[in-house]
Design a protein around this ligand. Structure first.
Ligand SMILES: [Fe+2]
Length: 285
Protein backbone atom coordinates (compact mmCIF):
# COMPACT_ATOMS: atom_id res chain seq x y z
CA UNK A 1 0.00 0.00 0.00
CA UNK A 2 1.36 3.45 -0.91
CA UNK A 3 1.43 6.11 1.79
CA UNK A 4 0.95 9.78 0.95
CA UNK A 5 2.29 12.39 3.36
CA UNK A 6 0.94 15.91 3.09
CA UNK A 7 3.69 17.82 4.84
CA UNK A 8 2.89 20.47 7.38
CA UNK A 9 4.09 24.00 6.75
CA UNK A 10 7.37 25.29 8.08
CA UNK A 11 6.87 28.28 5.78
CA UNK A 12 3.39 29.71 5.36
CA UNK A 13 1.48 28.86 2.20
CA UNK A 14 3.57 26.09 0.76
CA UNK A 15 2.86 22.78 -0.87
CA UNK A 16 4.81 19.61 -0.27
CA UNK A 17 3.89 15.93 -0.60
CA UNK A 18 5.88 12.73 -0.29
CA UNK A 19 4.43 9.47 -1.54
CA UNK A 20 6.12 6.22 -0.55
CA UNK A 21 5.39 3.25 -2.81
CA UNK A 22 5.10 -0.39 -1.74
CA UNK A 23 8.68 -0.91 -2.97
CA UNK A 24 9.86 1.90 -0.68
CA UNK A 25 10.57 4.44 -3.43
CA UNK A 26 9.43 8.05 -3.23
CA UNK A 27 7.46 10.42 -5.39
CA UNK A 28 7.91 14.02 -4.24
CA UNK A 29 5.52 16.79 -5.25
CA UNK A 30 6.85 20.37 -5.08
CA UNK A 31 8.53 20.54 -1.63
CA UNK A 32 7.86 24.10 -0.52
CA UNK A 33 10.47 26.67 0.46
CA UNK A 34 14.06 26.34 1.75
CA UNK A 35 12.85 26.32 5.36
CA UNK A 36 10.59 23.35 4.53
CA UNK A 37 13.51 21.20 3.34
CA UNK A 38 14.52 19.67 6.70
CA UNK A 39 11.02 18.22 7.15
CA UNK A 40 10.98 16.98 3.55
CA UNK A 41 14.32 15.21 4.10
CA UNK A 42 12.92 13.61 7.23
CA UNK A 43 10.02 12.09 5.28
CA UNK A 44 12.08 11.11 2.23
CA UNK A 45 14.47 9.53 4.76
CA UNK A 46 17.19 8.74 2.24
CA UNK A 47 14.88 6.78 -0.07
CA UNK A 48 15.30 6.75 -3.83
CA UNK A 49 13.13 9.45 -5.42
CA UNK A 50 11.76 7.88 -8.59
CA UNK A 51 9.93 11.07 -9.55
CA UNK A 52 10.00 14.65 -8.33
CA UNK A 53 7.06 16.52 -9.83
CA UNK A 54 7.18 20.32 -9.86
CA UNK A 55 3.67 21.69 -10.41
CA UNK A 56 4.59 25.27 -11.34
CA UNK A 57 7.27 27.93 -10.93
CA UNK A 58 6.18 29.78 -7.80
CA UNK A 59 8.41 30.13 -4.77
CA UNK A 60 5.98 28.57 -2.28
CA UNK A 61 6.26 25.37 -4.34
CA UNK A 62 9.75 25.05 -5.80
CA UNK A 63 12.12 27.50 -4.07
CA UNK A 64 13.22 24.73 -1.68
CA UNK A 65 14.06 22.45 -4.61
CA UNK A 66 16.00 25.22 -6.37
CA UNK A 67 17.84 26.12 -3.16
CA UNK A 68 19.01 22.52 -2.70
CA UNK A 69 20.66 22.62 -6.13
CA UNK A 70 22.15 26.04 -5.45
CA UNK A 71 23.60 24.81 -2.18
CA UNK A 72 25.14 21.49 -3.15
CA UNK A 73 23.76 20.33 -6.49
CA UNK A 74 20.93 18.41 -4.83
CA UNK A 75 23.42 16.08 -3.09
CA UNK A 76 21.02 15.37 -0.19
CA UNK A 77 18.55 13.65 -2.53
CA UNK A 78 18.78 10.57 -4.76
CA UNK A 79 16.63 11.78 -7.66
CA UNK A 80 15.93 9.67 -10.75
CA UNK A 81 13.63 11.94 -12.75
CA UNK A 82 12.23 15.48 -12.46
CA UNK A 83 8.91 16.24 -14.16
CA UNK A 84 7.75 19.78 -14.92
CA UNK A 85 6.39 21.99 -17.70
CA UNK A 86 7.05 25.69 -17.16
CA UNK A 87 6.19 28.62 -19.47
CA UNK A 88 9.00 29.71 -21.84
CA UNK A 89 10.64 32.69 -20.11
CA UNK A 90 12.54 34.29 -23.03
CA UNK A 91 9.54 34.17 -25.32
CA UNK A 92 7.09 35.60 -22.78
CA UNK A 93 9.15 38.27 -21.03
CA UNK A 94 8.97 40.49 -24.14
CA UNK A 95 5.21 40.06 -24.49
CA UNK A 96 3.17 43.24 -23.96
CA UNK A 97 -0.35 42.30 -25.15
CA UNK A 98 -1.42 40.93 -21.79
CA UNK A 99 -4.02 42.04 -19.24
CA UNK A 100 -1.56 43.50 -16.74
CA UNK A 101 2.01 43.62 -18.12
CA UNK A 102 3.61 44.50 -14.78
CA UNK A 103 1.94 41.60 -12.96
CA UNK A 104 2.70 39.30 -15.90
CA UNK A 105 6.43 40.09 -15.66
CA UNK A 106 6.46 39.71 -11.90
CA UNK A 107 4.94 36.26 -12.35
CA UNK A 108 7.62 35.29 -14.86
CA UNK A 109 10.33 36.57 -12.53
CA UNK A 110 8.95 34.89 -9.39
CA UNK A 111 11.05 31.71 -9.75
CA UNK A 112 11.75 30.95 -13.41
CA UNK A 113 15.11 32.77 -13.67
CA UNK A 114 16.38 31.03 -10.53
CA UNK A 115 15.13 27.67 -11.75
CA UNK A 116 16.67 28.18 -15.19
CA UNK A 117 19.98 29.14 -13.54
CA UNK A 118 20.30 25.76 -11.79
CA UNK A 119 18.72 23.71 -14.59
CA UNK A 120 22.10 22.72 -16.14
CA UNK A 121 22.87 20.86 -12.89
CA UNK A 122 20.05 18.36 -13.44
CA UNK A 123 18.99 18.73 -17.06
CA UNK A 124 19.77 15.08 -17.84
CA UNK A 125 17.17 14.01 -15.28
CA UNK A 126 14.33 16.20 -16.52
CA UNK A 127 11.25 15.32 -18.47
CA UNK A 128 8.82 17.94 -19.73
CA UNK A 129 5.48 16.43 -18.72
CA UNK A 130 2.71 17.02 -21.25
CA UNK A 131 -1.03 16.60 -21.05
CA UNK A 132 -1.92 13.06 -22.13
CA UNK A 133 1.30 11.45 -20.88
CA UNK A 134 1.42 8.75 -18.20
CA UNK A 135 4.12 7.27 -16.03
CA UNK A 136 4.26 4.20 -13.81
CA UNK A 137 6.28 4.03 -10.61
CA UNK A 138 6.01 0.68 -8.84
CA UNK A 139 2.26 0.19 -8.22
CA UNK A 140 1.49 3.89 -8.77
CA UNK A 141 0.15 5.07 -12.13
CA UNK A 142 0.17 8.80 -12.93
CA UNK A 143 -1.76 10.48 -15.74
CA UNK A 144 -0.94 14.09 -16.61
CA UNK A 145 -4.28 15.76 -17.34
CA UNK A 146 -3.21 19.37 -17.84
CA UNK A 147 -0.01 21.20 -18.69
CA UNK A 148 0.96 24.73 -19.76
CA UNK A 149 -1.48 26.19 -22.32
CA UNK A 150 -0.32 29.16 -24.36
CA UNK A 151 -2.46 32.27 -24.01
CA UNK A 152 -3.59 31.96 -20.39
CA UNK A 153 -1.83 35.17 -19.41
CA UNK A 154 -3.90 36.84 -16.66
CA UNK A 155 -2.96 34.24 -14.02
CA UNK A 156 0.06 32.96 -15.90
CA UNK A 157 1.97 30.83 -13.45
CA UNK A 158 -0.93 29.33 -11.51
CA UNK A 159 -2.68 28.46 -14.76
CA UNK A 160 0.48 26.70 -15.97
CA UNK A 161 0.14 24.17 -13.13
CA UNK A 162 0.58 20.51 -13.94
CA UNK A 163 -2.60 18.63 -13.07
CA UNK A 164 -2.21 14.90 -12.61
CA UNK A 165 -4.15 11.94 -11.35
CA UNK A 166 -2.50 9.30 -9.22
CA UNK A 167 -4.02 5.82 -9.37
CA UNK A 168 -3.04 3.06 -6.96
CA UNK A 169 -4.74 -0.36 -6.70
CA UNK A 170 -7.02 1.15 -4.03
CA UNK A 171 -7.38 4.89 -4.52
CA UNK A 172 -7.27 7.81 -6.95
CA UNK A 173 -5.87 11.20 -6.03
CA UNK A 174 -6.11 14.33 -8.16
CA UNK A 175 -3.46 17.02 -7.80
CA UNK A 176 -4.57 20.41 -9.13
CA UNK A 177 -1.46 22.43 -8.22
CA UNK A 178 -2.38 26.10 -8.10
CA UNK A 179 -4.74 26.06 -11.08
CA UNK A 180 -6.97 29.13 -11.27
CA UNK A 181 -10.47 29.67 -12.70
CA UNK A 182 -9.41 29.97 -16.37
CA UNK A 183 -7.09 26.96 -16.26
CA UNK A 184 -9.92 25.12 -14.53
CA UNK A 185 -12.27 26.00 -17.40
CA UNK A 186 -9.89 24.40 -19.92
CA UNK A 187 -9.32 21.38 -17.71
CA UNK A 188 -13.08 20.94 -17.48
CA UNK A 189 -13.60 21.41 -21.21
CA UNK A 190 -10.82 19.00 -22.23
CA UNK A 191 -10.73 16.37 -19.51
CA UNK A 192 -13.84 16.43 -17.38
CA UNK A 193 -14.43 12.70 -18.03
CA UNK A 194 -11.06 11.92 -16.40
CA UNK A 195 -11.45 13.95 -13.23
CA UNK A 196 -13.41 11.69 -10.84
CA UNK A 197 -11.10 10.92 -7.91
CA UNK A 198 -11.36 9.73 -4.31
CA UNK A 199 -9.10 12.45 -2.94
CA UNK A 200 -8.41 15.93 -4.28
CA UNK A 201 -5.68 18.46 -3.58
CA UNK A 202 -7.51 21.76 -3.46
CA UNK A 203 -6.28 24.05 -6.24
CA UNK A 204 -4.29 27.12 -5.22
CA UNK A 205 -4.43 26.37 -1.50
CA UNK A 206 -8.24 26.33 -1.64
CA UNK A 207 -8.85 29.92 -2.74
CA UNK A 208 -8.73 31.83 -6.07
CA UNK A 209 -9.00 28.43 -7.66
CA UNK A 210 -10.88 26.34 -10.20
CA UNK A 211 -14.66 26.55 -10.43
CA UNK A 212 -17.28 24.44 -8.69
CA UNK A 213 -17.97 22.44 -11.85
CA UNK A 214 -14.43 21.02 -11.71
CA UNK A 215 -14.91 19.85 -8.12
CA UNK A 216 -18.36 18.52 -9.00
CA UNK A 217 -16.74 16.27 -11.64
CA UNK A 218 -14.01 15.17 -9.22
CA UNK A 219 -16.65 14.45 -6.57
CA UNK A 220 -14.01 13.76 -3.92
CA UNK A 221 -14.63 11.94 -0.67
CA UNK A 222 -11.67 13.77 0.90
CA UNK A 223 -9.91 17.08 0.30
CA UNK A 224 -6.31 18.05 0.96
CA UNK A 225 -5.79 21.73 1.78
CA UNK A 226 -2.26 23.15 1.74
CA UNK A 227 -2.94 26.30 3.67
CA UNK A 228 -2.40 28.20 6.89
CA UNK A 229 -5.31 28.74 9.27
CA UNK A 230 -5.67 32.30 8.01
CA UNK A 231 -6.60 31.12 4.52
CA UNK A 232 -8.62 28.09 5.60
CA UNK A 233 -10.82 30.46 7.60
CA UNK A 234 -10.89 33.44 5.27
CA UNK A 235 -14.14 34.91 3.98
CA UNK A 236 -15.67 34.71 0.50
CA UNK A 237 -14.33 38.10 -0.55
CA UNK A 238 -11.35 38.91 1.66
CA UNK A 239 -9.96 42.44 1.81
CA UNK A 240 -7.19 41.76 -0.72
CA UNK A 241 -9.78 40.78 -3.34
CA UNK A 242 -12.20 43.61 -2.64
CA UNK A 243 -10.96 46.03 -5.33
CA UNK A 244 -13.27 44.71 -8.02
CA UNK A 245 -12.25 47.32 -10.62
CA UNK A 246 -8.58 46.39 -10.30
CA UNK A 247 -9.23 42.66 -10.59
CA UNK A 248 -11.49 43.28 -13.60
CA UNK A 249 -8.63 45.15 -15.27
CA UNK A 250 -6.30 42.27 -14.45
CA UNK A 251 -8.74 39.73 -15.93
CA UNK A 252 -9.02 38.04 -12.53
CA UNK A 253 -12.60 38.73 -11.58
CA UNK A 254 -13.34 35.13 -10.64
CA UNK A 255 -11.04 34.93 -7.63
CA UNK A 256 -12.72 34.18 -4.29
CA UNK A 257 -11.65 33.39 -0.76
CA UNK A 258 -11.61 29.90 0.74
CA UNK A 259 -15.06 30.24 2.36
CA UNK A 260 -16.67 29.79 -1.06
CA UNK A 261 -14.65 26.66 -1.82
CA UNK A 262 -15.51 25.24 1.59
CA UNK A 263 -19.17 25.91 0.91
CA UNK A 264 -18.89 24.00 -2.38
CA UNK A 265 -17.30 21.04 -0.59
CA UNK A 266 -20.18 21.02 1.88
CA UNK A 267 -22.63 20.96 -1.01
CA UNK A 268 -20.74 18.00 -2.49
CA UNK A 269 -20.97 16.24 0.86
CA UNK A 270 -17.22 15.98 1.53
CA UNK A 271 -16.71 14.85 5.11
CA UNK A 272 -12.93 14.44 5.36
CA UNK A 273 -10.54 17.37 5.14
CA UNK A 274 -6.76 17.11 5.51
CA UNK A 275 -5.35 20.56 6.34
CA UNK A 276 -1.59 21.10 6.25
CA UNK A 277 -1.48 23.57 9.15
CA UNK A 278 -2.87 20.89 11.48
CA UNK A 279 0.34 18.86 11.13
CA UNK A 280 1.70 16.39 8.60
CA UNK A 281 -1.13 14.25 7.30
CA UNK A 282 -0.62 10.52 6.63
CA UNK A 283 -2.98 9.15 4.01
CA UNK A 284 -3.14 5.47 3.01
CA UNK A 285 -3.63 4.97 -0.70
FE1 LIG B 1 0.97 28.25 -4.26
Amino acid sequence: MAILYQLTETSELMMSFVMVTDKNNCIVIDGGQPQDMPLLKQYVDGRHISAWILTHAHMDHISGFVDEFKKNGGADFDIEKIYYNFPPYDELIVKTDVEDPEYFRSELNNMLPEFNAVLPLFRDKTHIACQGESIDIDEVHIDFLFSYHEGLTANLMNDSSLVFKVTTPNKTVLFLGDLGPSGGDLLFRESRHLLKSDICQMAHHGHGNVGMEVYAEIMPEACMWCCPELIYNEEEVPEYLSDTQRFRRMGLIRLYGAALTRKWMDILGVKKHYVSNKGTQRIEL
